[in-house]
Design a protein around this ligand. Structure first.
Ligand SMILES: CC(=O)N[C@H]1[C@@H](OP(=O)(O)OP(=O)(O)OC[C@H]2O[C@@H](n3ccc(=O)[nH]c3=O)[C@H](O)[C@@H]2O)O[C@H](CO)[C@@H](O)[C@@H]1O
Ligand SMILES: C=C(OP(=O)(O)O)C(=O)O
Length: 431
């Protein structure tokens, strides 16, 4: 298994191109199941999750053509994938594939919408909590599907005549639930109203692509989304929104090491809450035409008090990275995690580097320390893994991050991007 070796201490200076968002690319790829015409997606990041989803979609009969680089594209700025689901050959998504990635469960809604039935294994994904799918099933049931769970599989059957528009009110904000409701509603008969919808940019990106395919959607990006079902959808060409979590991750890395980096192509409005927190810690954040510039030259890191929330609040997917930064703050910080009940797995690994963190239920208290020191570490999910990278960049000596496959799930060309800005990061191939 590959490892990443980091020698800490160097500031980051230069340009980091921001990739397309993993969490947008995955539902966008899944939307290809809704039409027999080609869906062309640009700026798709080269990630293990994308590769796995291509296998899952291939199993359903989706043909994938990966185009060469477009002019101006570099290795780190994604690929163009043309997905064509001319016919669906299998409506089962098997355990072997779905158990490895949460988002793969989202094939359920488009398969039922187009084929009238589907059988999808209960999902896996990052080990950050129990992660139930009850609200996704509720959305399908509201749209008229009959849903049972048999042998670890969710089996859904549309009523005669197909899914029917409905009023879906989510009792809590769910990104996957909103994707499911949207993809189910676009081909349903009549109107669907989705209340307490997730407002995450990845939902708006999916809705924009569905609209380009011919769907009738109003309010995506707001709490109430209204969909008028249409008889069929066509092909489209769509570019994946920049990755706000990757943006925030590198911004925190710069705040940690000091330096001056342009996060090229980043869109500040996609992570304003996180940028505000970074500014409170003492980093200088400037929105430019080219992206977001992050600087910290001298001066310490200020402690902060942050609670994770659905968009537009501070994202749970940046909580571990922020915690890494705060391990070296001048004082005590507090982070409250409200989205996932078990998303503090990075705490004990950060402690190996010398961090002082106390947990009290859903709250972590971080007492800043003068210095971190390198050590062998590993993490159980992708954002936790990258938080260890951030801490290692500022630690004295050498850190080895094991289980690199977590990083490969979500960070395109991580070593190259950091390495070009002066970090000493090396991948070591292992068995
Ligand atoms: C691939 C992808 O895009 N993953 C993101 C997506 O995950 P995902 O879509 O799985 O997360 P959700 O927004 O659905 O989860 C939010 C909360 O709702 C709960 N819940 C969810 C569904 C359900 O049926 N029942 C239920 O109780 C979850 O346990 C969690 O407490 O949004 C999360 C929240 O922004 C991010 O951390 C993940 O990176
Ligand atoms: C939690 C994440 O991914 P997933 O939902 O696929 O586990 C993530 O992207 O941080």
């Amino acid at each position: 298994m590959d490892r990443i070796r980091i020698t800490g201490g160097a500031p980051l200076n230069g340009v980091i191109p921001i990739s397309g968002a993993k969490n947008a690319a995955l539902p966008l790829m899944i939307a290809s199941l809704l039409t027999r015409e080609p869906l062309e997606l640009h700026n798709v990041p080269r990630l293990a999750d994308v590769q796995l989803l291509l296998r899952i979609l291939g199993n359903h009969g989706v043909d994938a053509a990966i185009a060469g680089k477009r002019p101006g594209q570099t290795q780190e700025t994604g690929q163009t994938i043309r997905l064509t689901a001319a016919s669906i050959i299998d409506t089962t998504a098997p355990y072997e594939l779905v158990s490895r990635m949460r988002a793969s469960f989202w094939v359920l809604a488009p398969l039922v919408a187009r084929m009238g039935h589907a059988r999808v294994s209960l999902p896996g994904g990052c080990a950050i909590g129990t992660r139930p799918v009850d609200l996704l099933i509720m959305a399908m049931e509201k749209l008229g599907a009959k849903v049972t769970i048999e042998g670890g599989y969710v089996v859904a059957e549309a009523p005669a005549g197909g899914l029917r528009g409905a009023h879906i009110t989510f009792p809590k904000v769910t990104v996957g639930g909103t994707h499911t409701a949207l993809m189910g509603a676009v081909l349903a008969q009549g109107e669907t109203v989705i209340d307490n919808a997730a407002r995450e940019p990845e939902v708006a990106d999916l809705a924009a692509c569905l609209a380009a395919m011919g769907a009738k959607i109003e309010g995506a990006g707001e709490s109430r989304i209204v969909v008028q079902g249409v008889g069929s959808l066509g092909g489209a060409s769509h570019s994946v929104v920049p990755d706000r979590i990757e943006t925030g991750t590198y911004a925190m890395a710069v705040a940690m090491t000091g330096g001056d980096v342009l996060l090229e192509g980043a869109r500040p409005e996609l992570l304003q809450a996180a940028l505000d927190v970074l500014a409170q810690t003492g980093a200088e954040i400037t929105a430019t035409n080219a992206g977001v510039r992050v600087r910290r030259n001298g001066g310490g890191i200020n402690p902060v008090d942050v609670t994770t929330e659905p968009f537009p609040g501070f994202p749970t997917d940046l909580q571990a990275q922020l915690m890494a930064l705060l391990t070296r703050a001048r004082g005590t910080s507090r982070i409250r995690e409200t989205i996932f009940e078990n998303r503090f797995m990075h705490v004990q690994e950060l402690a190996r580097l010398g961090a002082r963190i106390r947990l009290d239920g859903d709250v972590a208290w971080i007492d800043g320390v003068e210095r971190l020191t390198g050590a062998p570490v590993m993490a159980t999910d992708l954002r936790a893994s990258v938080s260890l990278v951030i801490a290692a960049l500022a630690a004295d000596g050498e850190t080895t991050v094991n289980r690199v496959y977590h990083l490969d799930r979500g960070f395109e060309a991580l070593e190259a991007k950091l390495g070009r800005c002066g970090a000493q990061v090396q991948r070591i191939s292992g068995d």
